[in-house]
Write a protein of this length. Structure first.
Length: 277
């Protein structure tokens, strides 16, 4: 007896000398279908010595079990009706068509979960990326605003501190020189009210002329000292006697430091007289 196995998908046939070779071929094809997860159909034919088909069956792969249990056997017509369907189906072109038509249906039923999960994971990762970028941007903006405010506050404080520092420096210098300034003024005033203008020259800066006043100086009271730029301003309340008349006035002297002069200071302007009180 000869056997022929035909691949109904590829329409290729191969002849085998005995049943064992057919079994081995079926086992190999079955293993391949299981590995590749595909379904195929083979037509198994039993031939006599003249090459005439005496029996045939159609096999659907893959199948569970041993190929030998499903191998070609002559079927008893009486038992044909009671026999349950097996992996071997009676030769019928319709059965192969049914198998081929079922393949895409079964393939379409397979759940496609991996891409969906990957999409969900990708979306969650993108959301986190956007969130982190937003947080990072917000931190940068807050840091920039905070730095800008800090710089503005620093410069504002410097603008406020500098005048105060200058005032403190001037006040300190004035206090340090107040004794020398008052001494210079008390030397100057008697000569100023002496009617002798020539004696005022050592007290004056170069180019300044001041006329001496008439009167007898009775008292001198220092009221205040201030400084502008390089000049000092001393205000005195003086009491004068001119003949039988007594009067008081406020006298403001402006002077500057000049170490080369006889008294260390010189008058820079004429004394300013105002009424007191």
């Amino acid at each position: 007896m000869m056997y022929r196995m035909t691949d109904q998908f590829k329409e290729k046939s191969k002849d085998y000398r005995n049943k064992d070779l057919v079994l081995q071929a079926l086992e190999r094809e079955n293993a391949r279908c299981q590995f590749e997860k595909v379904r195929e159909a083979f037509l198994i034919e039993e031939l006599d010595k003249k090459g005439v088909v005496v029996f045939q069956e159609e096999v659907s792969l893959p199948f569970e079990g041993v190929a030998e249990d499903l191998f070609l056997q002559q079927k008893d017509p009486k038992k044909e009706k009671s026999k349950k369907p097996s992996f071997f189906n009676r030769s019928s072109k319709a059965s192969f068509d049914e198998i081929s038509s079922q393949q895409p249906k079964e393939a379409s039923k397979m759940p496609i979960t991996a891409p969906t999960k990957e999409k969900k994971i990708g979306k969650s990762v993108n959301v986190w990326k956007v969130f982190l970028q937003f947080v990072f941007g917000a931190v940068l903006v807050v840091s920039f605003v905070f730095s800008l405010l800090t710089v503005q506050l620093f410069f504002a404080s410097q603008r406020q501190i500098r005048p105060l520092e200058r005032q403190v420096r001037i006040l300190k210098e004035t206090q340090e020189k107040s004794g020398s300034l008052d001494t210079f003024s008390r030397y100057f005033l008697p000569y100023y009210f002496s009617s002798d203008g020539a004696r005022l020259k050592p007290f004056l800066k170069k180019g300044l002329t001041i006329e001496a006043k008439q009167g007898q100086l009775q008292s001198v009271i220092l009221e205040k000292i201030s400084k502008t730029e390089n000049n000092y301003h001393l205000t005195y309340v003086v009491a004068l006697k001119a003949g039988e008349e007594r009067k008081q006035m406020r006298l403001t002297l402006e002077m500057k430091e000049e170490r080369s002069s006889s008294y260390g200071f010189v008058m820079t302007k004429k004394p300013l007289e105002t009424q007191y009180p």
